[in-house]
Design a protein around this ligand. Structure first.
Ligand code: FE2
Length: 393
């Protein structure tokens, strides 16, 4: 049983990014490490704009712009060294999930003296992390409202999760305008990552009444608006704001429940082959849910009820209505149709060698979220999913 908590102060509105100096002031910061990736540095004006905005108030900013996709433990160490060397008060992350996860871990590592891998797990550190502000620039991560940082440990090519009650960002500025220049494939991949958070949250064993309520709203928003957002994120304001909101809602939900097999596999693929997280989830979500059909039948049917219910004043169930099995099947085919419309590539595009299925399955089983699956998942279970994907593309 997980008690719902949300210590992050979340501002969701277009233009929220402009409120960065105010957010920093509220935390009492005079200086910060501003963490971005090379894409944000080279292809947007947000870094310059954030620096100017902050520095105009006398704030001291140091930029750390070396975060890669699937951020590495060595990157986190370098960022925390920069924080300590310049005696900065806090950390600001401006980017997708990789940037936010790396910055979140750096904020913790700056006040705790061991190597980052020593803190793998939950609440393994002792000192409170540096104050931390997260500004997402994709519609997938949810990391702006969660306590976890997922990192690639290069020596073992595996993912480690570092989390703690005080690792939630202190402030999250969720600004849909930052999605305007996101390429369509990134909108699709990160949007399906958000959908994965919501669907895994609802179907996993850690689901609870609060996470259900939030996650189902994210599912509804993403089914309704993600195709429109992918088609024209720049001018479709309604769709852009809806998918950004859905991403944060999905983060709130799974942060208070869990994810499961899709993430166990995608994190294994990220650690071993550097596959982008959103892409891996987007490819795996529908097939893994189909694998869980029997075990999660009532939960999949529950999602279908909410997707097809047109009025809160009408009963969702009636004697002559669809059975749970029919509902689950309809949701699974709706999900597959959505992924097709979004042009999510097939598993074969990842070019994962068949002989490595065993290694991937073993890594998936070791993932902390494996125990939350709606059915026990052994290495054989994961190998079955992988071989069905190898055959079916
Ligand atoms: Fe994810």
């Amino acid at each position: 049983m997980i008690g719902f908590r949300m210590p992050t102060r979340v501002h969701i509105e277009p233009g929220a990014f402009e409120r960065l100096p105010e957010a920093a002031r509220r935390l009492g910061l005079q200086s910060a490490l501003l963490v971005v990736d090379p894409g944000i540095r080279d292809h947007t004006n947000w870094l310059t704009s954030a620096c100017e905005n902050l520095e105009s108030t006398g704030f001291r900013v140091r930029v750390f712009d070396a975060v890669e996709p699937n951020p590495r433990t060595s990157t986190v160490t370098a960022a925390s060294e920069a924080l300590k060397a310049d005696q900065l008060d806090g950390v600001i992350a401006l980017g997708g999930g990789s940037v936010i996860d790396a910055a979140k871990a750096a904020a913790m590592l700056a006040t705790n003296s061991q190597r980052i891998e020593q803190y793998e797990g939950k609440d393994r550190y002792t000192e409170r992390p540096k104050p931390f502000i997260a500004i997402p620039t994709t519609c997938g991560t949810g990391s702006e409202v969660t306590w976890v940082s997922v990192l690639t440990h290069e020596p073992t090519r595996s993912k480690i999760s570092v989390k703690g009650e005080t690792m939630f960002p202190d402030q999250a500025l969720v600004d849909a305008d930052l999605l305007k220049s996101l390429p369509p494939n990134m909108v699709a991949w990160t949007g399906v990552d958000a959908l994965t958070h919501a669907v895994e949250c609802i179907t996993c064993l850690a689901a609870n009444a609060v996470s259900d309520a939030i996650a189902i709203q994210a599912v509804r928003l993403l089914f309704q608006y993600l195709p429109r957002a992918v088609a024209d994120i720049e001018s479709d304001t309604e769709a852009r704001e809806a998918v950004m909101r859905a991403s944060t809602l999905a983060g709130l939900a799974f942060g208070n429940a869990d994810v499961a097999a899709v993430h166990c596999l995608s994190e294994a693929l990220g650690g071993l082959y550097d596959v982008p997280h959103g892409l891996a989830n987007a490819i795996l979500l529908a097939p893994v849910m189909r694998y869980h059909r029997q075990a999660a039948l009532d939960r999949l049917a529950w999602i279908d009820k909410h997707l097809h219910c047109t009025s809160a004043l009408e009963p969702m169930d009636s004697a002559d209505g669809p059975s749970d099995g029919e509902r689950a099947d309809r949701f699974l085919s709706d999900l597959e149709d959505l992924c097709k419309r979004l042009e999510i590539p097939g598993f074969d595009s990842l070019k994962v060698p068949t002989e490595e299925h065993e290694t991937i399955a073993a890594a998936a089983v070791r993932n902390g979220s494996n125990r939350s699956n709606p059915q026990p998942m052994s290495p054989t279970s994961y190998r079955e999913i992988l071989s069905s994907l190898d055959g079916g593309g």
